[in-house]
Design a protein around this ligand. Sequence first.
Ligand SMILES: Nc1ncnc2c1ncn2[C@@H]1O[C@H](COP(=O)(O)OP(=O)(O)OP(=O)(O)O)[C@@H](O)[C@H]1O
Ligand SMILES: [Mg+2]
Length: 356
Amino acid sequence: MKKPKTTKFKESVGIDIGTHSVKVVHLKRLHEGFKLLNYEIRPTVPVGVEYIPSDLRPDRFAPVIVEILKTLHINPKKIQHLVTSVGGDNTSIKQIKTIFLPDEELESALFFEAKKHIPISGTDMILDYQVINVEEKTNNMNILLAATSKELLNEHTNTLVTAGLNPNIVDIDSLAVANSFALNAFVEEGIYVLLNLGAHRTNMVIWGPEAKFFARDIPYGGYHFTRDIMRKRQLEYDAAENYKMEWGLLDDPSAAEAKTITMLDISEKSTEDAIVEEIRRSLRFYVKEAGNSDFRKVYIMGGSSKLKGLKEYIQEKVSIPTDVFMPFINVEMPEKFMDKKDPQLALAIGLAMRPE
Ligand SMILES: Nc1ncnc2c1ncn2[C@@H]1O[C@H](COP(=O)(O)OP(=O)(O)OP(=O)(O)O)[C@@H](O)[C@H]1O
Ligand SMILES: [Mg+2]
């Protein structure tokens, strides 16, 4: 959210510091669009160690970033355009409407306005905003407010500095998700539901060229799918994680009947059900708030969008065509990456493509 520098960059690096995996994308700017120079996805937890969201301390991320940069031969001090992001409970983003205010009054007025809309205490809040438009008829302004807490931003900056980086632009996860989509999709109208399915949460964003912006986090992700499999199929963490990678929501036909669902499990809601319920609830809220229900498509991305059967499940339950989002339309892929288009990179690509 820091104001960007004005120099034009030739190369950019986007770093998505997820709790399960760090994703780094290195792009070269072309006359039009970008070219992928390299990327890397690396888990924050060693293989074989159970990923437990509440165990993850912030000092775990810097060493992973250092390793990745080494592998990609990127000198952290020489990055021209570094974009990272923060997310979670201490970030918030909301589109609001106010009466027209001149520039000099806008900032202080928005600060008070933000306190009403954003659940971060005033003294701890860092606020940024963007005027989307001024309505011709009413002269009202539509504004996108973005806020983080000072504490979260400090922790994030610390991670970057420890990894040898010079912090530059810090975005908010859900904005980067929207950016990734807006810069890599051909859409002229309608509303799109974007779901970045991570390990312990899912960023849900509602975006459209003319639509009201909406973002919230759904507190479920890959970790919860693994827990479901451990419980349902009576497997240890590692075996459940392997099962998840191979079968996702599908049944392994060779798995013994006795080890699959038992009567007891039926009373507990599955993660996919919980996610779908949250999506439906948010869509209802959005339709009421924005008065628009022109939903064209759901796009899923993030590591857990690769879960087999999930796309079909969401499509069936939400009744909107659903697809996995491949964020590479405006990113030229060298031959060696052609078969490696990975939706887990969506957010990092949105970061690396962010304009100055
Ligand atoms: N092929 C696959 N099938 C199913 N799940 C997968 C696959 N590959 C990765 N995952 C899951 O994706 C998750 C990691 O995705 P991602 O990197 O988007 O999360 P993260 O950004 O680290 O998490 P968060 O945003 O919640 O902090 C893990 O739960 C992992 O098990
Ligand atoms: Mg993530």
